[in-house]
Every structure is written in C-alpha cells, then in structure tokens.
Design a protein around this ligand. Structure first.
Ligand SMILES: [Zn+2]
Ligand SMILES: [Zn+2]
Length: 268
C-alpha cells in the first residue's frame, strides 16, 4: 500500500505546486473568489506539508527565472550550475532570502500573488515542517511492510524542492524543442504525468501566458485538464486569453527575456 500512498502524495503535491504556486501565484492564469482562493491556499499547505512553498517567494523567484532564464541571473539553471544539488542549494538561498526579507527583488516582480501571512508563516516554520515529518514517519511505522518502503520516507520531507529540481534541471537540459526560444528550455516528456505538465518547459517559456503547456497533438498537460474541470465547475475563471483553442495552436508573440511574463498581472 505504501508505494501507492507515496505516488498519491507525489502527484497531489506537484499538482498543487503547478496549479497554485506556479500558474496562479506566479502567472495569474486564472482567477477565483476570495473564499475559493483561501481554500486552495490552505489545501496546498496541507498537501505539501513539510515542504510547503510560500507563494510570494515562489512567484518572485519564478518571475526572475522567466526574465533571466539560463543567464547568470537565473535563480536555477543547469547552464549555470554544475549539478542538480548545487542548483537546489543556490535556489534555496535565494528563496530563503526572499522569504525572510533579507534579499530584495526588482519592483516589477512584486505583487499579484496571494498572501495569507498566518498560514504562510505557520507552514514555513521549522516546528511545523518537523511536525509534518513526524506524522509521515508515524504513518510509515504503522504501514511499512517491506524494508525498502523506508527508502521512500525522506522524499516526503523534501517533495516540493525535489519537484522544482526535476523540472528546472531536466526541463532546461533534456528533451526536444518546439520553439526557438532564447533560453535552453526543453520539453522532457511528451506525456508528463510525472510533474503534471511542468516538464513542457520549452512550450511554457515560449508562451508564458498560455495555461495549457502542451502545444502539439501528442502532448498532454494534466494540470491544464484539471483547470478546465475546475472552470467547468465554476470554481475558477480562466484568463480571457486562455479560453480558446487558439491558445494551443498558435505560437504566442510573448518572449521570455525582458518580455511579458504573466497572463494577467497588473504589476508587469
Ligand atoms: Zn524554466
Ligand atoms: Zn512559469
């Protein structure tokens, strides 16, 4: 049973990161009412648990990534870092600086992200992270039936940063390109269930305002399918530019380096 629980936590955690921190907080690809926003915010915190990512720090960091992709000012780029671990540490330093306020950012990257200080502070504190880690460990103690099951446990503690590292390392290093963008972005998998569509980095960098990260017939973006479902249930409203199929089939004029980064943020 534990491998299924692991796969479930992995999928849900990366889905919420893709949906809430990336497509909503950083890009504003959809809107929703204040109560729905709070529900999604809290659900994200509970699902991500010990590796919850503050949406404000995430959004600023991610906007920097789009603006400076694969240059020395990119907070995470395999072209600038020797290995994934170094890249993760470099990103963690920048993220912590933004979280604690010890680092500042260009004003154009600020604003337009959800802020809920009580939740963001609580879930970013070490005692909370450790408490979630203890809960995962108790769960494993109760349900682990094979010795190798325990090898999965540490991954629950650091799932958020691991997802980020996979997307940012593989998505800018391995795979194919549909668009001749100025960065090194790649589409790593044609059907990206592993990271819920986030590995279509080349499509996303070429068309950062498109909420559907798939661009060709054989590509499938699971998070976009979830967004369509949520929109049909009237829980979210898609940004006007994203509704039609034209968003999928026409290359966007948007450019990543120094160009428009968001779907609907007034701040850029
Ligand atoms: Zn990227
Ligand atoms: Zn993005």
């Amino acid at each position: 049973m534990l491998p299924f629980v692991f796969a479930f936590h992995w999928s849900l955690s990366v889905l919420f990161q893709s949906l809430f921190q990336h497509r909503y907080a950083a890009h504003r690809m959809f809107t929703m009412g204040p109560r729905t926003e709070r529900a999604l915010h809290l659900s994200t915190a509970l699902v991500q648990g010990s590796s919850y990512l503050d949406p404000r720090a995430y959004a600023i960091l991610h906007r920097e990534h789009h603006a400076y992709a694969d240059t020395e000012r990119d907070p995470h780029s395999p072209s600038q870092q020797k290995n994934p671990l170094r890249m993760m540490l470099h990103t963690a330093r920048r993220y912590t600086g933004l979280l604690t306020g010890s680092s500042s950012s260009e004003p154009r990257f600020l604003g337009g992200y959800p802020e809920w200080p009580a939740v963001d502070r609580l879930f970013s504190r070490w005692p909370t992270r450790i408490a979630f880690g203890a809960l995962y460990t108790l769960f494993y103690r109760r349900f682990a039936t094979r010795r190798w099951h325990w090898a999965l446990l540490p991954m629950h503690f650091v799932m958020g940063p691991v997802h980020g590292a996979i997307v940012n390392w593989c998505g800018h290093r391995y795979g194919y390109r549909n668009f001749a963008s100025r960065d090194e972005s790649r589409n790593t998998l044609p059907v990206d269930v592993l990271c819920m569509g986030e590995l279509f980095q080349n499509n996303h960098h070429a068309r950062p305002a498109s909420p559907d990260f798939a661009a060709r017939r054989f590509e499938l973006d699971p998070t976009w399918q979830v967004m369509r479902l949520l929109a049909r249930m009237r829980l979210i409203r898609l940004a006007p530019a994203s509704k039609g199929e034209h968003a999928k089939h026409q290359p966007s004029p948007l450019r990543t380096n120094g160009g428009t980064l968001l779907a609907a943020s007034p701040s850029l």
